[in-house]
Design a protein. Structure first.
Length: 224
């Protein structure tokens, strides 16, 4: 089990990651999500109109618990599961992958992931356009194919499966930088992609050797 999910901190850390899969949130919104989804359910208001309204005092208490020095939000930031933009907390790729292992089905969160992914597409296309190396290596057509692949439920199910496997074999995800996790994840995902289709005659062939070298290196590191 990952360190952030051990003992008393497990429930709040799980709920923070799960809540952020659906959208970036400020501290109060995270506290409200925890309030409504924790195991010990809050007492519902007697008036039907207010049955779904949170107890503001309890929400404030939860907010104070998760945001105080050395507590939940700070730990998740320090371990590269989440990051902050202004007042909003967002998932890193590592955080998103681990959060997917907490949901029953990737289909439950796909509408939210796709919306976020749609916002990233123009930026990715611009990055290739202004970078001569990437433009030569990938090109618009190949990049669009990649972007299509990474916007499918099958892709995120694979992300979930790979992450569960890493957790099962005891990889220390807690102390792994987000970029390092992304490299391992990409190697695993692309290795499966390479096995599933012929790359001969495609631009992906240029990436094949590099990706396979990375995969072999990371597999050796995981076993050591």
């Amino acid at each position: 089990m990952i360190g952030i999910f051990q003992r008393q901190k497990r429930e709040y850390n799980e709920l923070i990651l799960k809540g952020l899969v659906f959208s970036p949130k400020i501290t109060k919104q995270i506290a409200e999500y925890i309030y409504f989804n924790r195991k010990q359910k809050p007492k519902l208001k007697l008036h039907p109109r207010r049955a779904k309204e949170p107890d503001e005092n309890e929400v404030k208490q939860i907010g104070a618990i998760i945001s105080r020095e050395g507590s939940r939000l700070e730990e998740l930031k320090d371990k590269n599961y989440i990051f902050q933009e202004g007042n909003l907390y967002k998932l890193t790729m590592k955080g998103k992958a681990v959060a997917l292992t907490l949901v029953d089905s990737v289909f439950d969160v796909m509408p939210y992931i796709i919306e976020e992914h749609r916002n990233d597409i123009p930026e990715a296309l611009r990055l290739v356009e202004v970078n001569p190396f990437l433009k030569k290596l990938l090109g618009q057509e190949t990049l669009r194919e990649i972007l299509h692949i990474v916007s499918t439920p099958e892709f995120y199910q694979r992300v979930k499966d790979v992450t569960n496997h890493l957790i099962t074999i005891g990889v220390d995800i807690d102390n792994m930088a987000d970029l390092e996790f992304q490299n391992i994840l990409a190697s695993e995902l692309f290795s499966a992609f390479i096995k599933q289709r012929s790359l001969k005659g495609t631009r992906f062939n240029k990436l094949k050797d590099v990706l396979l070298d990375d995969l072999n290196r990371y597999e050796k590191e995981l076993k050591s």
